[in-house]
Design a protein around this ligand. Structure first.
Ligand SMILES: O=C(O)C(=O)C[C@]1(C(=O)O)C=C[C@@H](O)C=C1
Length: 290
């Protein structure tokens, strides 16, 4: 998405395309992280002494050092990029002129994303234990966190696009003025889009989590070892399905659950928060007054 182009940044269809592409980024990032053990010591504060004075975990140290370099090349001046750590240095590259697409706001839900990622996601996708690959797991964690953060903060653009829809603006303005959080949530919810997303995501996770043979067939280890036949008893079939699931690089259920319970709800929270602040310092145009 070219955020230097305002029309792109506010087209709901294009924004949804970005979310679809980010599904791939997120699934692949999770698959990469799942190669390594949980490595819990990388999440505990005070395990190592850090040269930047950090008192946090190895992951926080790593994230901060990496975000410093990314800040220098102006990553966080882009309205779809949000850092997890601070303070960060000023960019060494000259500032880019992004058109003012979003209403000024300071919404950053990365703290929630980090908490949910560590509590809910890592333990579900990684084997328990310690394989000493601390740098590799922190690198993969960073990729997962950045992709999730980008996806969830895209809620701001989506909310802006919905707010700018002339058929909806009056209603949004009334609900925002009444601070009616629940009604705003209901108005921005599109259950058809959510259901289609979850179906697509399951399919993608099943496919991306499998291997492909030289002749292009999708297989798992058990497809070769335990042939399923139409005469297999139900119990055998179930056992096979369970084996097949456990041999995948990532379980489709885990990815779907992650989106259902965390990614979509948090994106919607960002949308609601953004809308609740949307009228601050904004002159309501005559045609949009209720
Ligand atoms: O596509 C939208 O309209 C969005 O607001 C994004 C999203 C999502 O997180 O995927 C969130 C709320 C809608 O119910 C549908 C989908």
């Amino acid at each position: 998405m070219n955020l230097l182009n305002k029309d792109d940044a506010l087209s709901l269809a294009r924004l949804r395309d970005v979310l679809i592409r980010l599904e791939d980024t997120i699934i692949f990032a999770l698959i990469e992280r799942a190669q390594f053990a949980l490595n819990d010591c990388t999440y505990q504060p005070g395990v190592y002494k850090y040269d930047n004075g950090s008192q946090g975990s190895f992951l926080e140290y790593f994230l901060h050092e990496m975000e410093k370099v990314h800040a220098r090349v102006r990553r966080y001046t882009s309205p779809d990029e949000y850092p997890f750590t601070s303070p960060l240095p000023e960019p060494m590259l000259p500032t880019l002129d992004f058109p003012p697409t979003l209403h000024p706001n300071k919404i950053n839900v990365n703290k929630d994303i980090m908490e949910r990622y560590l509590q809910d996601i890592v333990p579900k996708i990684c084997a328990p234990g310690d394989d000493l690959n601390y740098g590799s797991s922190a690198t993969r964690d960073t990729e997962c966190l950045q992709a999730l953060s980008k996806r969830i903060h895209y809620g701001k653009f989506i909310a802006e696009s919905k707010f700018m829809d002339p058929t909806q603006q009056k209603t949004y303005i009334r609900l925002i003025q009444n601070k009616d959080r629940d009604a705003i949530m209901e108005l921005l919810t599109n259950r058809t889009v959510e259901a289609a997303l979850l179906r697509r995501l399951r399919r993608k996770a099943l496919i991306y989590g499998s291997d492909i043979t030289e002749t292009g067939e999708i297989v798992t280890k058990e497809d070769q070892e335990t042939p399923t036949t139409s005469t297999a008893a139900n119990g055998d079939k179930q056992q096979h399905q369970q084996q097949e699931q456990s041999s995948r690089k990532i379980q489709a259920d885990v990815v779907v659950d992650l989106y259902e319970r965390f990614v979509i709800p948090l994106t919607k929270e960002v949308e609601v928060e953004y809308l609740l602040q949307r009228l601050d310092g904004w002159q309501i145009p005559e045609e949009s007054k209720n």
